[in-house]
Design a protein around this ligand. Structure first.
Ligand code: BDR
Ligand code: CA
Length: 310
């Protein structure tokens, strides 16, 4: 099975991504590293542990990482995710303790310990922890098998500013480091995640699953769909972060292009924009597989079937 580390700021859609990974025998989740993003760090690591316990997986080590972006002030998204970051379901306080040590040390130590090319990183929040690990220990970079991240936007433009997607906007300097690292990189931008919409029948299918997980996922999506419905008039909530795990399980659900993607860090107006050379109009070398489309029915079938196992 494929070894992964999820780097996250839960977040309802982060929670669904974690649950999907836990439901997949093809994946071994070595640990969860938490970062400040949707809500501040003290909430994201509590939320990650709550999600593991909901799935009955108190064996997964959960680490706390960076509590602020590399150089900027933290921007959060309570307007989307609610005060706790996981509004919509009242989960008990976790009994699973936080793992000892800093998330960045865990990333570095794990990549040094495991055989080169056998650990995939799945960042679904701001890229602070990943960039910090790369800066502190450049020797880990060639040891990373692949990075499959959620972030960015091109034709779909931005969701936190007119040109920037939240995860990249919060820590653009970190994103620049990660996109420039020369690692095999797969990017799930808003262009694809806005096609993975949880419509009413899809929520009903989650709610009908036996056990606690399906109904919790239904309530979370119920909660955070109000934002996208009001804001964009869309048919339902986009399940951004689970696209990364779905890609690892069934890459043929997705299509995209190998292109050059650069991160804007200099301009106030377009800070955090993922400048994606979709039409290959520059001579810049491709550095990412930038995904543009998903078979949404296939994605929801996969997700629902897997969640049913938890
Ligand atoms: C991303 O930002 C967060 O609000 C979501 O969890 C997702 O990772 C979407 O822009
Ligand atoms: Ca997230």
């Amino acid at each position: 099975t494929r070894k992964i580390i999820i780097d996250t700021d839960p977040g309802q859609d982060d929670a669904v991504a974690i649950l999907l990974a836990l439901a997949a025998p093809e994946l071994t989740l070595l640990g969860i590293t938490c970062v400040a993003g949707n809500v501040p760090l003290p909430l994201t690591h509590v939320n990650a542990r709550r999600v593991c316990e909901l799935a009955g997986r108190a064996d997964i080590p959960v680490y706390a990482g960076c509590d602020a972006p590399l150089v900027r002030k933290l921007v959060t998204a309570e307007h989307v995710h609610g005060k706790t970051g996981l509004d919509g379901v009242d989960l008990p306080a976790p009994t699973l303790p936080l793992a000892e040590g800093h998330a960045v040390d865990f990333l570095i130590d794990t990549l040094r310990r495991e055989a080169p090319g056998t650990v995939t990183l799945v960042p679904i929040g701001p890229l602070t922890n990943i960039a910090m690990a790369m800066q502190r220990a450049p020797d880990i970079i060639p040891r990373i098998q692949q990075i499959v991240l959620m972030g960015g936007a091109y034709f779909e433009v931005g969701n936190i500013t007119p040109t920037a997607e939240f995860n990249i906007y919060v820590d653009p300097e970190a994103a620049k480091i990660v996109f420039g690292a020369g690692v095999d990189l797969v990017v799930m931008p808003l262009d694809v995640t806005h096609k993975a919409l949880v419509t009413a029948p899809r929520i009903a299918a989650f709610r009908a699953l036996p056990g606690q997980v399906g109904p919790a996922v239904a309530s979370w999506t119920d909660f955070f769909e109000r934002f996208d419905k009001e804001k964009y008039g869309s048919a339902g909530a986009p399940l951004h972060d689970p696209c990364t795990i779905a890609y690892l399980l069934q890459p043929d659900l997705f299509t995209g292009r190998h292109i050059n993607v650069e991160i804007e860090t200099g301009s106030d107006l377009t800070l955090g924009m993922t400048v994606a050379d979709w039409w290959r109009v520059t001579g810049r070398a491709p550095n990412a597989l930038f995904i543009g489309d998903v078979d949404a029915d296939g994605f929801f079938t996969l997700l629902t079937e897997r969640l049913a196992r938890l």
